[in-house]
Design a protein around this ligand. Sequence first.
Ligand code: NAD
Length: 252
Amino acid sequence: MNELKGKVAIVTGGSSGIGKAAAELFAEEGAVVVIADMCDAAGRAVTDGLASRGHTATFVHADVSREQDVQAMFTLALSQYGRLDVLFNNAGILGDQAPTASATAENWDHVIAVNLRSVFLGVKYGIEAMLRGKGGSIINTASVAGLVGFGGFPAYCASKGGVVQLTRAAALEYATQGVRVNCLCPGIIDTPMALSFTHGNPDAVAALTQTEPLGRLGRPEEVAELALFLASDRSSFVTGAAIPVDGGFVAR
Ligand SMILES: NC(=O)c1ccc[n+]([C@@H]2O[C@H](COP(=O)([O-])OP(=O)(O)OC[C@H]3O[C@@H](n4cnc5c(N)ncnc54)[C@H](O)[C@@H]3O)[C@@H](O)[C@H]2O)c1
């Protein structure tokens, strides 16, 4: 119940899926939570729900690919709560499906901006905020698509591979200054993003499920448990890691 007691956490993409599950788990474990997302109504519903259960949570509208929005997100967290201990850079999109020769430069730029530029901005300003205090833990959501190739999603794969390498670089840079930087690599998780890939088609869902050695899709709550571990002091000797939470996907 108290793994994150006294800590202040920002969760991007906290209006839905993995981010929502993590924001709720972090709050249940004692953290004050700031949710940043573009989807205001859903995000406010999450923070209202947390407040109604006695937790402290704030929603801030942010497009995490925009530098001003990311800076404003940190300004709000620091001015309202005075410190930052945990940053979960989780917001992301899948982008359009097309093999590389047919893919558009517009989709490439958009996916890289939302999935990779955002993480760079978050890590950059997150480290700055954490160094003002006693350090902290940054968790980035990469993907198994950052570890192995997925045909049809070149920009997504490149963005997630970039998140893995950015995580390692930043972890090495700040290892001795009290800031740990890790990323988690989900397999196929049952969220609106996965649904957007299958369009709810039962055959497509079944085909996707078959790619998971555990024989089912992951639940966002199962990814949130790894995020909690990385956010908490229990992972004090873990930095620069890219940890699959994937039902065995990359073990094949
Ligand atoms: N679901 C999966 O199978 C899966 C697998 C591997 C990795 N991931 C990663 O997990 C993360 C969360 O995805 P999810 O599955 O929970 O999807 P989701 O669609 O349920 O949630 C994504 C959230 O990010 C927000 N978002 C999107 N663009 C944004 C922007 N520019 N600024 C701020 N917020 C923005 C959305 O509004 C949404 O609330 C993503 O980074 C995704 O790439 C998901």
